[in-house]
Design a protein around this ligand. Structure first.
Ligand code: CA
Length: 220
């Protein structure tokens, strides 16, 4: 999963980023409103963490512009303690959730994960996909009850496919959720990792649809 963090406090942005990376995310950080608005409008993210008090463009203005351009990703806003009007303005601009500063990193992480699974249509934190089970809070994937040994990149791919099981995920879509903005997207390495994953999750679970992409099937 891929997250955009728009936060002008460099220490806080870095802490958030590290917590999300440790939970299996890839992250991009923007330190002002204009850069954040640009990244959110041009790149693909599973969730955005958006501070409201930002230089160059306020968080509310960033969010308003994203929504005006049809950007639908879940957005969690960061607000100052006790500022009720901020929350109202945020929700009116299209925010999905908020956290009040100072917050615990774990709380923001849990809220971000909940937004992502909700956006993919899953009500519970544990997502069952055939014999595969993803605990989206702990980031643990099991097969037939046994935890799978996965590299970080394998886990990222499988997590995305489990969230979107039983539908075709194109290589382009998959790549957009796996890499930071500055990284070259490499379909060949995705293909190689899919090959390795197939051996771990069992025959026929991850299918290739030629010219279309991949499907994680939960029934034969
Ligand atoms: Ca700020």
């Amino acid at each position: 999963m891929r997250a955009l963090i728009v936060e002008d406090d460099p220490t806080l942005a870095e802490q958030l980023s590290q917590a999300m990376i440790a939970a299996g995310f890839v992250t991009d950080i923007a330190h002002d409103g204009e850069q954040g608005e640009f990244l959110g409008a041009t790149e693909t993210y599973d969730v955005a963490i958006l501070d409201l008090g930002l230089p160059t463009l306020s968080g509310i203005e960033v969010l308003t512009r994203w929504r005006d351009q049809g950007v639908t990703m879940p957005v969690l806003i960061l607000t100052a303690r006790g500022d009720w009007t901020d929350k109202v303005a945020g929700f009116r601009a299209g925010a999905d959730d908020y956290a009040v500063k100072p917050f615990r990193l774990e709380e923001v992480l849990l809220r971000a994960q909940a937004l992502i699974r909700r956006a993919a249509g899953h009500a519970r934190p544990v997502i069952q996909a055939g014999k595969l089970q993803l605990d989206s809070q702990l980031g643990v994937i099991t097969h037939d009850g046994s935890p799978l040994k996965l590299t970080a990149f394998e886990a990222r791919i499988l997590t995305y496919l489990i969230h979107h099981h039983d539908r075709i995920v194109s290589r382009t879509e998959l790549s957009e959720h796996l890499y930071e903005a500055e990284t070259d997207r490499d379909f060949k390495s995705i293909e190689v990792v899919i090959g390795r994953l197939r051996k771990k999750v069992g025959e026929g679970v991850i299918q290739t649809r030629r010219g279309e992409g991949y499907v994680l099937r939960t029934a034969p």
